[in-house]
Ligand binder design. Sequence first.
Ligand code: PEP
Ligand code: MN
Length: 339
Amino acid sequence: MIIVMKQGAAPKEIRAVIARIKELGYTAHPIYGKERTVIGAIGDERGKFVLQALESLPGVERVVPILKPYKLASREVKPDRTVVRIAPGVTVGGNRVLVIAGPCSVETEQQMIDTALAVKKAGAHVLRGGAWKPRTSPYAFQGLELKGLKILRKAGDRAGIPVITEVMNPADVATIAEFSDILQVGARNVQNFALLKRIGKSKRPILLKRGMMTTITEYLMSAEYCLSEGSRQVILCERGIRTFEDSTRNTLDLSAVPVLKERTHLPIIVDPSHGTGVAAYVSPMACAAVAAGADGLMIEVHPTPEKALSDGPQSLTFEKFAEAMAAIRPFVAAAGRTL
Ligand code: PEP
Ligand code: MN
């Protein structure tokens, strides 16, 4: 159920409603909007009629059932868009299109510092780099782990931009949150519910990638796991789904952008690197993502893609990344946004 408070409801009235929700055995999730406060009452779906009585409490405008299986992620609970704050002056979900760039994997300090400076110069806002890598083969490069995490942080600090890296194991969340501004959950872990629950308790923003086999509803249920643990800072990322098409690594489902915009208040960004798997297709699909309404982009960039330890074929050189940024600019302007 959603308890919609009247405009200008007193904090005391809001507290009283929250207390009553708890008394009835539900969890209260207040969302303090610009216009008004709404409170999601989450719990056993069966006895919800008891919550209807809250309508008679002072300050309550109405009590409405939530129709979608995901609740906190839905626009029914929160009609206004979530703006996730990543670092001072760096947000996603507002007017600015966020650009995250960097290599698939952290390999060396020099690689990361060079990349950080190059992508920042070209206009990126966040540096990426995997330290724990989810590789299909156990014999492939697995990442530098803690050493890589520290290199990533150092490179981000050197360029003066925040950083993002992937978390694969719930046991690593605390350590990674010490060093990384955003915690990434990869496509392969989108339904790792233990990880989603643990990461949802972190104070850091979360970037949750869509799985290659998850429907949009399942994807939003995964976001709901993080939100239900208390996180309010979840960023969604479409990165391609698996279809019969084999000319690209995945099929970048750009229709997910308007669908998600309609269903959720969470920001949605697009990763055309994993979405296509081919460097030459990254820039056109990045432009298309912006045209479709994406709130940001995640692009793999490497100083020497031919020598990359992972995802070289889809990585852009510094020069190609700068060209891609220039190509994206008119689309950003046409969308009435800034870069
Ligand atoms: C990545 O970002 O390097 C990655 C492994 O992405 P995905 O989880 O989308 O495959
Ligand atoms: Mn990659």
